[in-house]
Design a protein. Structure first.
Length: 173
């Protein structure tokens, strides 16, 4: 026969099940002055006010069981597990359209600017002329690839000068 637990589980009111007699009791406890309170037996079927649960209808109880956890966003799905990610890295062959879409996505990510401008007003004013310049640069990419090292160094000095001009604009006067 096993021994009774040292600390039997208690209800909110402090009622526990006596392991020897299997009756519901409030176990004896020690008062601050050192004396002990007697163990109190609880009548069968009695439920103290502290243990009475709030009434929930069947529909309400069903809604409580189906409720989403706190902080859950509707429609959000967790990211795929590592096994699914490793499966798409190359073990599974991609179709032609999937390969095409992947290339398009990579191209869009390369074209996307990495930084956020410090001053949005200045950026909008500069955006109009630079969009034409970027369109010209886009057409000259094949020429850029075949350019000589001297031309690429002049491009680097142009970007350095442009960067210096940007820094001068940011100086506080």
């Amino acid at each position: 026969m096993s021994r009774p637990p040292l600390n039997p589980e208690k209800s909110v009111a402090g009622i526990a099940l006596d392991p020897q007699t299997l009756e519901r009791v409030i176990p004896e406890s020690k008062r601050p002055d050192g004396t002990f309170r007697k163990q109190i037996k609880i009548r069968p079927g009695f439920t103290p006010q502290e243990d009475v649960r709030r009434f929930r209808g069947t529909k309400q109880a069903q809604m409580d069981t189906n409720a989403l956890p706190k902080g859950h966003v509707i429609g959000w799905t967790p990211p795929p597990t590592s096994t699914a990610a490793s499966g798409s890295n190359g073990t599974k062959a991609l179709s032609k359209s999937a390969k095409k879409n992947a290339k398009r996505k990579e191209k869009r990510e390369k074209e996307k600017p990495d930084t956020v401008p410090d001053n949005w007003d200045e950026e909008e004013d500069e955006e109009k002329p630079s969009s034409n310049a970027s369109a010209k640069k886009g057409t000259g990419t094949s020429e850029n690839a075949s350019s000589t090292p001297a031309e690429s160094s002049s491009d680097a000095s142009k970007t350095a000068n442009a960067l210096a001009a940007e820094i001068e604009k940011l100086d506080v006067k």
